[in-house]
Design a protein. Structure first.
Length: 92
């Protein structure tokens, strides 16, 4: 499954978040593949797209950063997966 996560740096935690990121601590935990990560140009946060079959691994990754970042995550599907579902539910 694919998971889209947004993150925001907690107040007062910018320097620590940057330190950890530059030290290589932003790699996903075992069982999670990072498909892409984007940073907001105002420096306040960003988004990551991940793939995993293990929701607990996503939780572990978020908890490792809980002191510095606030996360919000959603399961997502692509157009090719959504189309057949919409056709089934709403008819074609």
């Amino acid at each position: 499954m694919k998971v889209l996560s947004s993150w925001t740096i907690r107040p007062g935690q910018t320097k620590e978040a940057v330190r950890r990121f530059l030290a290589g601590q932003a790699a996903p935990v075992e069982g999670v593949t990072l498909l892409g990560r984007w940073h907001k140009t105002d420096g306040s946060g960003g988004w990551g797209l991940y793939e995993t079959d293990n929701p607990s691994a996503m939780y572990e990754g978020a908890m490792k950063w809980a002191g510095e970042l606030e996360f919000h995550s959603s399961l997502v599907i692509e157009d090719g997966e959504a189309g057949p579902v919409l056709a089934k539910v709403f008819g074609k």
